[in-house]
Each structure stands twice: as C-alpha cells, then as structure tokens.
Design a protein around this ligand. Sequence first.
Ligand code: AMP
Ligand code: GLY
Length: 425
Amino acid sequence: MNILLLGSGGREHALAWKMKQSPLCKQLFIAPGNAGTLQVGENINMNVNDFATIENFCIERSVDMVVVGPEEPLVKGVYDHLKSSSGWRGIVVGPSAKAAQLEGSKAFSKHFMQQHNIPTAGYAEYDEYNYEEGKQYIASHTLPIVLKANGLAAGKGVVICNTHKEALNAFEEMIVNKQFGQASAKVVIEEFLQGIELSVFVLTDGVDYKIIGHAKDYKRIGEGDTGLNTGGMGCVSPVPFADEVFMKKVEELVIKPTIKGLHTDVLEYKGFVFIGLMNTNGEPYVIEYNCRMGDPETEVVLPRLKNDIVEMFVAMDQGGLKNIHIEFDERFVAAVMAVSGGYPGDYEKGKHIAIKIDQLKGDTMLFHAGTTQVGNNVLTNGGRVLAVTSYGKSMKEAVSNSMAAMESIQFEGMYYRKDIGYEFE
Ligand code: AMP
Ligand code: GLY
C-alpha cells in the first residue's frame, strides 16, 4: 500500500516509524514531515489544510491510505473531503468533521458526555448573549474554576483560576476582547477536578474499538510540574495507577458509552480517540476528547504496541477490528522532550543539532518533532525539537536511559525536564 501521513511533529515521526515496519507499507509519504520522517519515507511539501492539493496528490501517486496526524485538518473536514472525492477512493484514518467536534468544540463534547452519561466535571456554557449571567455564575462558583474557550486555541484555551477576579478577567478576555477570535466566542465553565491525569488511546471504526495504550504526559515546562503549560515535555507508559481495576472502570464507564454514543448520534468515526482523563480518588472523569493521537504520548504508546498498525487500519476500515488481538511490549517506555530555549514563549529556530549517533544505545530512539533537514545539517524548526524515547525494565530505567541519551544531543539553548516520571519512584 502507498500511505500518506499528514503532519510534521514527533507524533508523526513515531507513526511513520511504526507504519514503515508493516509489510503492507510500500511507499510512505509524509506531508510536510520533518528531518526524522525523511529517514523512513518521502517528505512532501504540502499544507495539511490544503485538501484539494492532498486529493490530487493521492490520485497522482496512487495513495491507498491517508493517516491524519493533527486535529486541525480533521476539524476542517479532510475526512469528508477525501471520502467524497470523485477521483480517489481509499482509507482515511480519522473522524468526519462532525465527529471531530468532540475535540473542535468543548460545548459539543460536554453535551455528548452528558447525553451518554459519561463521567465528567459539571459545567455551564456562555457567550456574548448571556455574558452577564456568566459573570454571576463565576462569582458564585467554588474555586478553583476552569474556563475553556469553546473552539481550537492551539492548546492555550484553558485557564484554571484560583480567584474569582482572575476568572472574571479571563472570561472578559475571551468573550468581550475575543482573545481567541471565534474560538472564544463561547466559553465553557467547569468544575475543577482534583486528581492525577491519564491519556488513554483507542482505535475505533465507530462500532468496535481496541485500546492501544495509555500514557502520562508532563505538560508543564518546569520540574515538579511548575511553570507554563506546553504541548508536553515527556511521557511514560505504562502508568502504575492505571492498573486492571482502574482500566476496567475506564472501559465500562467511559470507552463503551463513548463508542456507543458515536453510533447513536451517527457520528462517522474511523480513527483514534484520545481520552484525557482525571483519576479522582480511583474514579475516571473525562477532561477532554481529542480526535487524534497525542504528542508526545504517541512516542511511548506506539513503541509498546506490538501489532502491525497498518493491518489494524485496514481492519478498522473493513469492520474487522474485533478480530485483532492487541499485544504490548512488557517493558516500560519513557519519552523526554528536548525543547528550544525560551519555549513555550518566544524561541529561535535554525540552531544546528549535533547528535552523536554512535553513543545512542539500542533501547533508545529519537523521534524528531521541530526539526528540518538543510543539506547535511539538521536544524531546529520548532519549540519541541526531539523526543528521546527509551525502553527499560522499570520506569526508572527507561527514564534514565533517555537521560543518558540526552548527553549525546546538543543544540544551542536546549532544555529538557530531568524529572519525568518523578511521582512514581
Ligand atoms: P484540555 O484542553 O481540556 O485538555 O485542558 C488542558 C489541561 O487543563 C488538562 O490537561 C488539565 O491539566 C487541565 N484541566 C482541564 N479541565 C480541567 C478540570 N475540569 N479540572 C482540572 N484540570 C483541568
Ligand atoms: N500531549 C497532549 C496532546 O497531544 O494534546
């Protein structure tokens, strides 16, 4: 099969690496890709939101399957565009635009959860028409209080406020001052959930599903989970508290009603569901759905998945997902992100990356995120630059293997957290 993967992050390098291992994968194209995806396929200079160009490429290069990495093209309807093409027929891994609203609209996903009795934080939604009511709601709400821009806001649309004043300011910023444009025209106000987070990953055809893994993400820039939020500074899998008892609750209380809900609400969904959960006193609550894999979660989930992922995509497309038996590597996997100096604030690009490949051990892999190949040089091209993923017999060993590998990587301003997995030691 010829496969086109859309995206350019660490998630996409890990997906490309995994798909390339499949005997079913003949040619692999990545658009636009990065310096890492170049090692496993052909990078194509194409915008992930330019659906007409993507469709033409699929026709011209005889693409059989399109795998969509990021959420934006999904929310904008890449699935629907390709599926209604008159000149191309093939498999698309990702949900329809309507189903992608589970990520694209916080209000839509809260309605969905309420409708299908899926445990989540209590909430209310407001816009410019009931703005004054919203202010009163905030003023009488318990603290902390969570405000979420309804639409996609590049991971910046959620604020957790410890005072009413802070919450009222954030509310005004979003609705009156249109901080995130149309994305914050509506705001979801939510109860704060106390607990520890877990990301759970499911592949579904809208009827059947398979749990393909779980991970804990470290989102803050600073050690001890301090400082600004980032896209993710590291990940570990498996997670000690995600034991059989907890995962059974997740499956019964969250995953089954979610998949059933997709079916009941006629939401066409053939792709990944990323369920962001809070474990509150041993009970799972959904914080959010994403209609894609996570980053850097993919960089730990896929190395633990033993199955042929392309075979799974084909099965998903043909209604054969139930016949797949999922197998995991027993080892622990940890990913640590090397990021540009200044990230998640302003940072410079174009720094030369020196990697002493000969010093990397066999149980460590590098997944490129914000990198670009210029001649013989690999340069930084984003905030998150490289995910250093390692296996280990314990979580501690996996993390320390990634730490050791960091010694072989150098670029100006490079920073990484040295405490990934700290609370499980
Ligand atoms: P989201 O974009 O909805 O995933 O929110 C981003 C992050 O904000 C989550 O990963 C959590 O760390 C935090 N968060 C969101 N909603 C809540 C909530 N109701 N209670 C506590 N933390 C939350
Ligand atoms: N690491 C969180 C995300 O991919 O949304």
